[in-house]
Design a protein. Structure first.
Length: 174
């Protein structure tokens, strides 16, 4: 009986090890781009992924706050940069759904605008001036086929009638 028990244990352990699924490794980042940043922008970029994080009043306990963070879904949008009459113009659209906290109504974020843009290479910061809004994005990673930017934005959450200061990280691809 002892051998049969050991055999069953060994078989169970092999089955458990076989059932373990390795998490796929994330795609490695492409090499950093070389040369001026601005010409790369004019090739057009699609919003590929968005993540978010912030703090909000806890809807289940008004005496505390709740942290939210996650990966957005139903992500769409683009950034199109052009020059016209010595002006650097941008059209941008960011659109996604987010589940801030379990049990809450999903948030739909949609921001679109046309305006002028400027870039500070020292600060690695892009500014979009689309009256009445000004958006600021810090360029965290700059490659020929991938851009990683982040911004601190205010997201309106109509389900609770509040505005939420939020860090938004955006992945752009060609």
């Amino acid at each position: 009986m002892g051998r049969r028990f050991l055999g069953l244990c060994a078989l169970a352990m092999m089955g458990a090890l076989t059932a373990c699924i390795k998490e796929p490794k994330p795609d490695p980042l492409p090499p950093l781009a070389t040369g001026p940043f601005e010409p790369r922008l004019k090739e057009g970029w699609q919003v590929h992924a968005v993540s978010y994080a912030g703090v909000m009043p806890n809807p289940f306990d008004s005496t505390t706050t709740a942290q939210f963070q996650g990966e957005a879904y139903d992500v769409g949008g683009e950034f199109t940069f052009t020059d016209r009459n010595d002006s650097a113009l941008v059209h941008y659209r960011i659109d996604f759904m987010a589940d801030l906290l379990v049990g809450m109504v999903p948030l739909h974020y949609s921001k679109e605008g046309d305006g002028i843009w400027s870039y500070d290479s020292t600060l690695k910061t892009l500014w979009f001036y689309a009256y009445p809004d000004t958006l600021e994005f810090v360029v965290d990673y700059d490659a020929d086929t991938l851009q990683l930017w982040h911004s601190d934005v205010i997201i309106d959450y109509p389900a609770m009638n509040i505005s939420l200061p939020t860090r938004m990280d955006i992945e752009l691809r060609k």
